[in-house]
Design a protein around this ligand. Sequence first.
Ligand code: ATP
Ligand code: MG
Length: 558
Amino acid sequence: MSTDRSLNFIEEIIEKDLQSGAYSQICTRFPPEPNGYLHIGHAKSICLNFGLSLKYGGKTNLRFDDTNPTTEEVEYVESIKEDIGWLGFKWSNEFYASDYFEKLYEFAVILIRKGFAYVDDSSADEIAEQKGTPTKSGVRNKYADRTVEENLKLFSEMREGKYNDGEKIVRAKIDMESSNMLMRDPILYRIKKSHHHRTANKWCIYPMYDFAHGQSDSIENITHSICTLEFISHRELYNWFIEKLEIFQSKQYEFARLNLSFTIMSKRKLLQLVNEKYVTGWDDPRMPTISGMRRRGYTPESIRDFCEKIGIAKRENIIDVGLLEFCVREHLNKIALRRMVVFDPIKVVITNYQNKTLNENFEYLNTENNNEDPNAGMRKITFGKELLIERNDFMEFPTKKYFRLSPGQMVRLKSAYIIKCDEIIKDELGNISELHCTYFPESKSGSDTSGLHVKGTLHWVGASNAVEVEVREYDRLFNVEDPSREERDFKEFINANSLKSVKGFAEPSIKNALSSERFQFLRKGFYCLDKESTTENLIFNRTVTLKDSWAKEIKKDK
Ligand code: ATP
Ligand code: MG
């Protein structure tokens, strides 16, 4: 972690706590509910929690908040572990709230014994009705007067399965007049006769989030329990349970959740995109999930850098997705292997080409894999009689400042020679089919003695051995900056053109591409192999363009 910035408010609290001796070591936790794949918002929480324990020599637990058996699955547990590991973090312990079901049951018994909890037979509607409103006090019902013995007996019967879902609940006895609605006798336990992914059919009563979360923190001796702002109102209840149970005092701190422009960040909505096939899966490269970003070619370094750059705030805002892309570009620029790929080709015939030494129509040239990284080594490219360049790198009637190829003009072909366009060949329909050019043998890159000066450099590939590849170009998944805050259904804002598949002609070295590698296709963008790629059918994902073309589009519109 970089240290050249001022402390954020949680770091300030931690430093005070360590100095005062309140704790000798800090312990944080990352507590996902295994009901979906992690997204970039979770990455922020992960970087924060793990980052703090790394910085202050503490511990971070991974705790699955698995108290809701109906939405949770093992597939999600596995994906969450994979994603955290990929981001580069190691948890001290892997825990599950379900590990504490017995303990939590005992806690509820303790509260009942102390007269702080009771079994309520009211229906959900009645409970809602009795709860009051923020401006109107709630009222307690007759069940609150049950004796400790009766409550203990009923609670035990609930556990044994004597009652059906919804017939009874356990509530804390706090304050039906509290200005904090969560303190109006909140529910601790409900009956749910569902199979749990870890405890199977052992339980038919499950603790509510509020009753599980703080106590789990306490059981694990979590010192700083960091969550997002919507939990501010839960803090009072969090502390009430800990106080009444007389257990380790974990403390809750809240920060603003990450919102990113042009995307959504709710697992429930992301699941809808998957189920309703708007995307191909949780790891669709357009998804804001960690697995989607990984498949798209984002690096853990760039995601960590992004989380560090945005810092942590106490007020919600929307972060420009352009900042994330900036971080990705910055890292990829350092590590990506450079390759040449022509997307919309036009053929160039070098009329004066003849390789003297090999008596062949081509020659090998050496070029750097990455001009930013001397350790990245060199590769061979083949220059020859027939080449491909981009169609839009040629203009028959050039505008004034056009420095690419045009009749009579010279350009340099990257890492090769200077060429000059002598003649345009057209088909019967008048379309340009070939450009006839001459090259200057003494202008070879690296040993240029030609004395010629050109203003444009183009990427190109040899025509005879170019490798055809599929390239998937992704755009924003949504057309509006904030798809979830609008009044309408977020799915109305889905960008119908978020995926475009195009063909490319790549230099031969592309055949050796590994899925672990990152590429820059010169003058185009950053790419990586997709998981669907095969040796016969190479498929690349465009991770991000070279420049922020989106920002330009927006400016143009204005
Ligand atoms: P979602 O609303 O996407 O379902 P969640 O809050 O229900 O998210 P959890 O699995 O409970 O998801 O989240 C685990 C941790 O990640 C929590 O501590 C939560 O506060 C944090 N977290 C979730 N979303 C964000 C976000 N957008 N920004 C920062 N932290 C987040
Ligand atoms: Mg949650």
